[in-house]
Design a protein around this ligand. Structure first.
Ligand SMILES: Cc1ncc(C[n+]2csc(CCO)c2C)c(N)n1
Length: 215
């Protein structure tokens, strides 16, 4: 029997973890040392990202399971809690960094377009492309906790704990949904789901790297 699609996806994330560990934004989160401009850059682009992510999530889940949408939509709005940790460290506010609304950077744009076009293939493929978000962040945060990066002296400890927190389990809920849907779709769609998921994991890495770019 083939492993569940969620297991194949988790395997992809595991394989890429060394690359995330080598990323300088991730290392800055781990050591508590990130330039203020980099933090601001990240949060600006993530606000742009999450707005379109939520919109797409509503469309995709609306097609697959309105009930699940109603139960999980809230989790995406909660992402703001993670931003607040970063904004506090950078001694600024959402209002200050988002007025005027900043331009969309290249990785933000191409990552969003990647998920939007995946969703045009099918809702299942769309959901697979969106699953890299929780999958990467939860695995990464758990790894940072295992390395004791969330010591109280780290100003980003609450960011790490936010994503390592397993109590709401958004990623598990979505992996479960993908596993439930997987047997109902064509083989080619299952293969394509894995391809778009992996591509999204690569975009996640590029998104962190983008925060280090000069404005
Ligand atoms: C580029 C980028 N990728 C992933 C996340 C994290 N994330 C986005 S939606 C979601 C599920 C609900 O919490 C999670 C974990 C982010 N903020 N920004």
């Amino acid at each position: 029997m083939q492993p569940a699609i969620s297991e194949q996806m988790q395997q992809t994330v595991q394989t890429m973890m060394p690359q995330f560990g080598a990323n300088s934004f991730v290392q800055g989160i781990a050591t508590g040392d990130l330039p203020r401009a980099v933090v601001i850059n990240y949060v600006q682009q993530d606000n742009i990202y999450l707005q379109r992510f939520l919109n797409l999530y509503q469309r995709v889940l609306g097609q697959l399971s309105p009930e699940l949408l109603a139960n999980t939509e809230h989790d995406i709005r909660m992402e703001n809690g993670a931003h607040q940790v970063l904004l506090q460290a950078a001694q600024t506010t959402t209002k200050e960094i988002m007025t005027p609304w900043p331009p969309t950077k290249n990785v933000t744009q191409t990552y969003l377009q990647h998920m939007e076009s995946a969703a045009k293939q099918s809702a299942f493929i769309g959901l697979a492309s969106m699953q890299a978000c929780p999958a990467v962040y939860v695995t990464l945060a758990n790894q940072l906790v295992a390395k004791d990066a969330n010591v109280p002296t780290n100003p980003f400890a609450a960011w790490i704990n936010f994503y390592a927190g397993t109590d709401d389990g958004f990623d598990q809920t979505m992996f479960h949904e993908l596993d439930q849907l997987s047997p109902t779709v064509a083989n080619e769609d299952r293969q394509e789901a894995l391809v778009v998921f992996q591509k999204s994991c690569e975009y996640e890495l590029a998104f962190f790297a983008q925060a280090e770019e000069e404005n």
